[in-house]
Design a protein around this ligand. Structure first.
Ligand SMILES: [Zn+2]
Length: 271
């Protein structure tokens, strides 16, 4: 049985992990349906920086916040600079990045909090969302892991920060590796191929070769980074859905040639 599932609120569809809900954390990864944006951002585009109408994006974000029974003022976002910096978000940072990208927490791709009701939100069109939950310490985290974040091992940095700054034990940290571009679609050129082979020389089954060239399995790479960091394999829940394969459900930067919307990955501890 899958440990993740689709749920719905009105006409908004999202992926979630039911066992996390039972243990005190709500986690959401949105599909593209149920919003007000027009093509090519149709319809639940949550990205303010992609050329869509700001007012419509904010209304779309409000719809996502309704899943949490919260408002935009409860959300916090970071800049997502394709780095591997992870920071602890405090109560007073609530609302940063919710209404405008200019107020996003600068320089971070990962956020951690122990503040109930503070919703950590990051945005995606193919990159891999990583969501973390420690039910014992009641701590949640999110990390944006595209090829750069994966290469820079942001998954490992997030785990280390949860242990060091929040007192989490490795065996209690659960991780959701969310929908993102799959090995079926993530074709890479030789320059990146050599970096990957070099950077992950002890990993298995992360590069595939076909008659055209090579593809990279970012999700499998993140799984092996997490296990290498001490997370038990049973604590890792991977969603196999590929954002580039499913145009009906997901935005995809690769598939849509760069002009497209963004899905949201959000997590919060119950108030
Ligand atoms: Zn695919």
């Amino acid at each position: 049985m899958n440990r993740w599932t689709w749920q719905q609120l009105h006409d908004l569809e999202y992926v979630t992990v039911p066992s996390w809900q039972e243990q005190g954390a709500q986690m959401v990864f949105t599909a593209r349906s149920g919003g007000g944006s027009r093509p090519p951002y149709h319809s639940l585009n949550l990205g303010l920086h992609v050329g869509d109408v700001d007012e419509v994006v904010l209304e779309n974000r409000r719809r996502m916040m309704k899943i949490f029974e919260a408002g935009l003022e409860d959300m916090v976002s970071c800049q997502q600079v394709h780095g591997n910096a992870v920071g602890v978000v405090k109560a007073e940072q609530r609302g940063q990045g919710a209404m405008s990208d200019q107020t996003s927490i600068t320089g971070l791709d990962g956020m951690i909090t122990d503040q109930p009701g503070l919703i950590l939100a990051t945005f995606y069109a193919d990159c891999i969302p990583l969501l973390f939950f420690d039910p014992a310490r009641q701590v949640v985290a999110t990390a944006h892991s595209g090829w750069k974040g994966t290469y820079l091992r942001i998954a490992e940095k997030t785990v280390a920060a949860m242990v060091k700054k929040m007192g989490s034990c490795l065996e209690n940290i659960q991780v959701f590796v969310g929908p993102g571009i799959g090995a079926c679609c993530y074709r890479i050129q030789s320059e990146l191929l050599y970096k990957v082979i070099d950077g992950f020389s002890d990993f298995s089954d992360i590069i595939y070769e076909d008659e055209v060239g090579y593809t990279w399995d970012l999700k499998a790479t993140n799984e092996q980074i997490l296990m290498g960091a001490g997370i038990p394999a049973d604590n890792i829940i991977t969603c196999p859905l590929c954002t580039a394969c499913d145009a009906g459900r997901f935005f995809s930067y690769r598939r849509d040639g760069g002009v497209t919307g963004r899905m949201g990955a959000a997590i919060a501890l119950r108030k």
